[in-house]
Design a protein around this ligand. Sequence first.
Ligand code: ZN
Length: 414
Amino acid sequence: MESYATFLAGLVALLVGLAAGKAWERYKLQEGRWIDRRRARESPHYILGLNSMVAGQLDRAIGELAEAARLQPDALEIELILGNLFREKGQVGRAITIHQQLLQRPKLTRLEHAYILLCLGLDYKRGGFVDRAHEAFSEVLRFEPQNPYALMNLQKLHEEQHQWQQAHEIRQRLVALSGEADQARNRQILAFIENELGRDQVKRGEPAAAVAHFDAALDLDARNVPAYLNLGDARMAQGKTAEAAQAWERVTEVAPERAYLAFDRLESLYRSQHAQDRFQALCRRLIAANPKDWRAHLALARSITAEGRTADALELLFEALSHSPHALTIHQDIWQALVASGLDPARISRYTELTRQSVFYLDPHICQRCHYRSTELLWQCPHCHEWDTFVEDRIAPAQDVPPPDDASVPAAPA
Ligand SMILES: [Zn+2]
């Protein structure tokens, strides 16, 4: 997130720099004043400031650029970057002051005006002033109706406030602007927003309208797992069990690694139809396709435990444990099965052997974009707000680590 913001700031500064450079040259001639521009160009502060910024040394960058700005008080882009650097450092008040002062300058071009407002919007957003940020980004669009940064930030603001309809409209404007290469990702994001619109309709008690949104989401992206899950739920609420089953079963086909999200729903539906074997067959298919699918092992074990086949279930659980030694839920099921099977010493010692290296985690997931950690699968990251970035964090025991033979290494407390 931080590096992305820095990149954005750099890009903005570059664009403004190009425009400001040209405008500045013209103003000098128009006003007939003579300023030795070479003084600023020959000073190393501007370049040093930019280099420090690229290296992530914010304090140094601020020092150099402040000096460059002193030598060249008319250069708008230097002040603009300075403001952005203060925002990056968390000094939002200072960033706002600098950018507001820039807005007061006479003879701003449309482009300059738009980009100062964009920076101000980012300041407000960072400071949590949602309404002001909204106003600033909207005003950027009055100057430049197709400014992608303003559109993107407005979309995120709407998403954060769960204003899905507005987020959807803005996303469609971005879709219209973006090139062929971005269209697949655009459709994925639109599908997530459609899915949220459907959830809103569910909350309003409008299942038919909700179904239309979930269908629209799946038209956009046939791999959108939450839309299948919600579509099945809505169909179920309408009493259409066959369609519900169809929607949930599709999850296991299009995204087998996330099939487990439909397990509880399918298991209870099949059970109500006295067709438990359908669920077990589904688990076996998943295991055959991916023998390391510990969630399918676990689900199958639970299903056959319910039939009283504890010993078979325990075998499946041990198998699951060998693929995911840290998943707490497997251990819990094993403890239950061990108790149910009368605490057989041979099985207990097998379990002890398998778990020697285990550390327990409650279903760890991680955002691939910002590395935010969560104990469950999330569709939108609460930290970087990106869609569909979470993957299961596979934590395996370290391989072949020799035991420490250095006597200075303190022993772990017993
Ligand atoms: Zn993230």
